[in-house]
Design a protein around this ligand. Structure first.
Ligand SMILES: NC(=O)c1ccc[n+]([C@@H]2O[C@H](COP(=O)([O-])OP(=O)(O)OC[C@H]3O[C@@H](n4cnc5c(N)ncnc54)[C@H](OP(=O)(O)O)[C@@H]3O)[C@@H](O)[C@H]2O)c1
Length: 302
């Protein structure tokens, strides 16, 4: 059966990474019609208000799957634009869930490690109680909760962390750019997490869609954690990126206190990936290997 799969956030890191893999798969299989992916950005489906969402679904055929990659992701700005962030990260998620529910489809929604307060001294599991410490995290958590309420079945919430890619703005690209411009960089060393190469997450999403678990009837809605394996500080991550990019720039560790930001950041949001690996039979690549592949494949152009 050819499934109609709607992907929101087509111009974002994850949306573009999914599109790249879908195009590559279609070429490889020489079978571009195995599933029909429809990629939309705010031009086609602006999640800013409910009437846009209603209009989009009223004027399009039913979708079998929605992959919601769209989000308000500016963590600091969200402190000042909490209402807008809430619309995209919470209310729009609720509206998408009610659309897909009515169409008896499935929803894959992406959430964040920032739903946690970062005070744990062991990796977070899916059943740990979230306690966001900034507006972005609060709106993302509200989105998860609304989705679970509207759609107790057939939705998959994937919490990821520290996403980077060749697309859009992200930490790795910023570090490379600044590393080329400056002799030294001061990077926060007391925030720990797990980087995630968006291509790896995109591949995971595509393999989930093909899995038996995904297509079996009446799945209860579940949360899964997914990041690359291993943990690291922003400082160590920057240091490794500068080394792999072969840039002459020293990287100095600083504390969070020395780098004040509008939004508070959680100290340690390493998540345990065991559940997603077990249920979908995934082999999870460590962050170091993925960062190396990222540089090998795409970073020479920067
Ligand atoms: N980036 C991270 O480090 C990180 C960490 C943990 C979790 N996540 C989650 O992972 C998912 C993917 O993140 P990402 O890094 O790919 O995000 P991203 O690069 O910021 O892309 C998000 C996309 O959402 C779109 N969007 C924003 N407002 C919209 C609106 N009103 N209507 C329609 N589209 C709108 C943006 O469109 P425009 O391009 O037009 O602005 C953008 O293309 C998100 O759910 C995010 O919360 C990200």
């Amino acid at each position: 059966m050819v499934m109609r799969i709607l992907v929101t956030g087509k111009n974002g890191q994850l949306g573009k990474s999914i599109r790249k893999l879908v195009n590559a798969e279609a070429k490889k299989e020489n079978n571009p019609s195995s599933n029909k992916f429809i990629f939309v950005g705010r031009e086609e489906l602006d999640l800013n208000n409910e009437s846009n969402i209603n209009h989009y679904f009223d004027s399009n055929d039913k979708f079998d799957i929605i992959i919601n990659c769209a989000a308000y992701t500016q963590v600091d700005k969200a402190e000042q634009e909490a209402e807008l962030a809430n619309q995209i990260n919470h209310l729009a998620v609720k509206q998408l869930a009610s659309k897909v529910n009515r169409q008896q489809g499935r929803l894959i929604h992406i959430s964040t490690d920032y739903v946690f307060d970062g005070e744990s001294n062991k990796p977070y599991v899916e059943t740990d109680i979230p306690n966001p410490i900034n507006a972005y995290g609060r709106t993302k958590l509200a989105g998860e909760k609304a989705l679970q309420e509207v759609m107790p079945m057939n939705a998959f919430i994937i919490r990821t962390s520290w996403l980077y890619s060749e697309f859009s703005n992200n930490f790795v690209k910023t570090i490379i750019k600044l590393g080329k411009e400056r002799d030294e960089l001061n990077i926060v060393a007391d925030q720990i997490g797990s980087p995630t190469y968006a291509t790896d997450l995109a591949a995971v999403i595509l393999s989930i869609i093909k899995s038996e678990v995904f297509s079996s009837d009446s799945q209860s809605t579940e949360i899964y954690h997914y990041s690359n394996d291993g943990e690291i500080s922003w400082y160590k991550f920057a240091e490794k990126a500068i080394e792999l990019a072969d840039i002459q720039c020293s990287v100095n560790p600083i504390t969070t206190d020395a780098y004040p930001t509008l939004a508070q950041r959680p100290k340690n949001t390493v998540m345990q990936n065991d559940k997603i690996a077990r249920i979908f039979g995934l082999k999870i690549v460590d962050w170091n290997t993925s960062l190396g592949l990222f540089f090998e494949k795409v970073c020479r152009e920067y």
